[in-house]
Ligand binder design. Structure first.
Ligand SMILES: C[S@@+](CC[C@H](N)C(=O)[O-])C[C@H]1O[C@@H](n2cnc3c(N)ncnc32)[C@H](O)[C@@H]1O
Length: 222
C-alpha cells in the first residue's frame, strides 16, 4: 500500500497545466451534453452530509474528491492507478479544496483496512470501470461502520450514451455498468439497508444507511 498525505502548497505550474487539460476535457463533455460541474452539484445535493471519516473508492482525476473536500473534514481516497492520483493531487491543489486528504494506491477489491474502519464510503463514476464490481461492493460494506453511510453514483443510461459517443469519436470504447445501480440497491435492501435512489444530470445515485442506523431511527420514532 502506498500512502501519501496532501501537501497544500500554492498551485504549481504542473497543477495549472493539469487544471487546463481537465477544463478542456470538460468543455468537450459539455458539447456532447454532459455538464461535469452540474453533475457534481447534483450528486452533492443528494448525498450530503457525508459524516465522519470518508473513504472514497476510485479517486480518478479527483473531480468528486475536490468537490466533497470543501465540505468534509477527513477523507481517504483510494485508486489502483498512481498516475490518476497524481493528477487528482494536482487538481485538489489547484482548486485549494484539500485539508485532510490521504491518498492510498491500492486495489479496491482487497481494501487494506479492518472491518468497520470508516463512517462513510463513497464511489462516484467508478463502478463501470471495475473488473469485479461485486467484490468491491462487498469490500465497501465490510469497511463501513455499523450506522454508517454508503454512496454509489454512476452514469445514467443517457450518461453512458454520451460517453459512448465521445469515446467512439476518439477511436476507443467506454465500459458500461450493464444493469446500472439498481442491482446494488437490491443487494443492500436484502441486507437490511435503508436505501434511496436518485436520477438526474446524467447520473444515477444510491444513498444507503446501514441497518443499525435504521434501528436507531425506529427507536427514536417509538
Ligand atoms: C472515472 S475514474 C473515477 C472518477 C472520480 N471518482 C472523479 O469523480 O473524478 C475511475 C477510476 O477507477 C479506478 N479503478 C479501476 N479499477 C480499480 C480497482 N480495482 N481498484 C481501485 N481503483 C480502480 C481507475 O484507476 C480510475 O481512476
Amino acid at each position: 500500500m502506498i500512502l501519501k498525505a496532501m501537501n497544500m502548497n500554492k498551485p504549481s505550474i504542473a497543477s495549472r497545466r493539469n487544471h487546463r487539460s481537465m477544463k478542456e476535457r470538460e468543455a468537450l463533455f459539455r458539447r456532447f451534453g454532459y455538464d461535469s460541474a452540474a453533475s457534481l452539484r447534483f450528486i452533492l445535493a443528494k448525498v450530503l452530509p457525508l459524516p465522519g471519516h470518508v473513504l472514497e473508492i476510485g479517486t480518478g482525476k479527483g473531480r468528486f474528491l475536490a468537490a466533497m473536500a470543501k465540505r468534509v473534514d477527513c477523507i481517504t481516497t483510494l485508486d489502483v492507478d498512481a498516475k490518476q492520483q497524481r493528477a487528482a493531487r494536482l487538481h485538489v491543489r489547484q482548486t485549494r479544496s484539500g485539508r485532510r486528504i490521504r491518498f492510498v494506491t491500492h486495489d479496491a477489491g482487497h481494501l487494506p483496512w479492518p472491518k468497520a474502519s470508516f463512517d462513510t464510503v463513497v464511489s462516484v463514476n467508478t463502478f463501470h470501470h471495475l473488473e469485479h464490481p461485486i467484490r468491491v461492493f462487498r469490500e465497501m460494506l465490510r469497511v463501513v461502520k455499523p450506522g454508517g453511510k454508503l454512496v454509489l453514483s454512476d452514469l445514467s443510461p443517457r450518461g453512458f450514451q454520451i460517453f459512448d459517443r465521445i469515446h467512439r469519436l476518439e477511436g476507443g470504447t467506454h465500459p458500461r455498468l450493464e444493469k446500472g445501480l439498481v442491482e446494488f440497491q437490491r443487494l443492500l435492501r436484502q441486507r437490511g439497508w435503508r436505501t434511496r435512489r436518485f436520477k438526474g444530470c446524467n447520473q444515477e445515485i444510491v444513498v444507503a444507511s446501514s441497518p443499525t442506523k435504521r434501528a436507531e431511527d425506529a427507536n427514536r420514532r417509538t
